[in-house]
Design a protein around this ligand. Structure first.
Ligand code: HEC
Length: 260
């Protein structure tokens, strides 16, 4: 077979499979809302208070279904994150329990967590997680903002974007919820946030939009806990390069002065 034919066949496969996935979806996902986050831009830093509130939302609401296995409790006290004190982190970790080892009779033993433990899934297995959620798996949230394009804004839009009434041309399974930001518009996660669902310790009003914003911020930090360090290193490198360029410019000029 000639190469051009093979290429045409390969291309048509790509188009056909794309067309299929488009028609399978219930509806087009909306464009993400952009509430504006302080970490955006080359000099941006995380808003610590928002990260602390975001942690509160994750732990009080999302953690009952979603784990964050890349994140340890001690990360919460690291510079560049919510920066809880280490004593506070010990207190937070101790609120969670974990099965660890066995006693002299071989029975599993439960112990309070310590700062080096991670935020594991609350379910014992993937099957148990699915069984509790109508067959859908609540994904680990450690890297979710990186796993979705424009992740932070997407998560903000998804969480604050559940709508009770849906357009007439869309029908979805009873076990699913309508969410115009989710690809396909029908999501197996029931609306997780409602006004005043958490009581923020800093007195901020816990609206759906505020909680969505704070938890999206927290999940962005969790996916890249050293973002601030990376940005400040980038600025130092750029500064060095600019100084280097200026020095090169003058030394090349000096060099050519002597030539003629
Ligand atoms: C009662 C269980 C439950 C709770 C509580 C819950 N979720 Fe979910 N979540 C799910 C399930 C199940 C899915 C899978 C949905 C699907 O694939 O249709 C999911 C999916 C997601 C997704 C992935 C969406 C995508 O694009 O694939 C994100 C992000 C998410 N949840 C964030 C959160 C956050 C943040 C909270 C807390 C505010 C939260 N969830 C609370 C069960 C839950």
């Amino acid at each position: 077979m000639r190469l051009s034919k093979i290429i045409i066949i390969l291309f048509s496969f790509v188009f056909i499979s794309n067309a299929d996935s488009l028609s399978a979806a219930g509806g087009e996902a909306y464009k993400n809302l952009k509430p504006g986050f302080s970490f955006e831009g080359p000099f941006g830093k995380f808003d610590r208070e928002s990260l602390k509130r975001g942690y509160q939302v994750y732990s009080e609401v999302c953690a009952s279904c979603h784990g964050m296995k890349q994140l340890s409790f001690r990360n919460l006290s690291q510079p560049g994150g919510p920066e809880f004190s280490i004593d506070k982190v010990k207190e937070i970790a101790a609120e969670y329990f974990i099965m660890d080892g066995a006693d002299e009779y071989g029975d599993p033993v439960e112990r309070a967590r310590i700062p080096s433990d991670r935020f594991q899934s609350p379910f014992d297995s993937k099957d148990a997680a699915k069984a509790a959620n109508n067959g859908a798996y609540p994904p680990d949230l450690s890297l979710i903002t990186k796993a979705r394009s424009d992740g932070t804004n997407y998560i903000y839009s998804l969480l604050s974007g559940y709508e009770e009434t849906m357009p007439d041309n869309i029908t979805i399974d009873d076990a699913l919820s309508y969410n115009p930001w989710f690809p396909g518009n029908a999501i197996a996660m029931a609306q997780p946030l409602y006004d005043e669902m958490v009581e923020y310790t800093d007195g901020t009003e816990a609206t759906i939009s505020q909680m969505s914003y704070d938890v999206a911020n927290f999940l962005t930090w969790a996916a890249e806990p050293s973002m601030e360090e990376r940005k400040s290193l980038g600025i130092i490198v750029m500064g060095f390069l600019i100084i280097f360029l200026i020095l090169m410019f003058f030394s090349v000029r000096r060099l050519f002065e002597d030539v003629h």
